[in-house]
Design a protein around this ligand. Structure first.
Ligand SMILES: [Zn+2]
Length: 87
């Protein structure tokens, strides 16, 4: 039986996101930030790569989405994708 190496093409994808796993859990903004908070949505993101594990808190309020690490943090995009998929 000839062996065909078909996964050469998938190598590029593996390198960029293969090891990265993201777990997203919705949180209660009032419980986390207190009564009267302007935060409307809150998600805890657990990002795992082969070497590290990073926790993020991603908020949504009238200013938009932002992570505790700043608006540029990759977790912001992850949560946006997550919430879009749910709708
Ligand atoms: Zn972050």
């Amino acid at each position: 039986m000839p062996r065909v190496r078909r996964n050469l093409n998938s190598r590029r994808k593996e390198k960029t996101e293969g090891a990265r796993k993201v777990r997203i859990r919705p949180m209660d903004p009032v419980e986390m930030c207190g009564k009267g908070t302007s935060v409307m949505k809150l998600y805890r993101v657990e990002e795992t790569t082969d070497q590290t594990r990073i926790h993020h808190l991603v908020f949504f309020d009238r200013h938009g989405w932002y992570c505790e690490h700043g608006k540029q943090c990759g977790a912001v995009g992850d949560v946006q994708k997550f919430t879009r998929n749910k709708l």
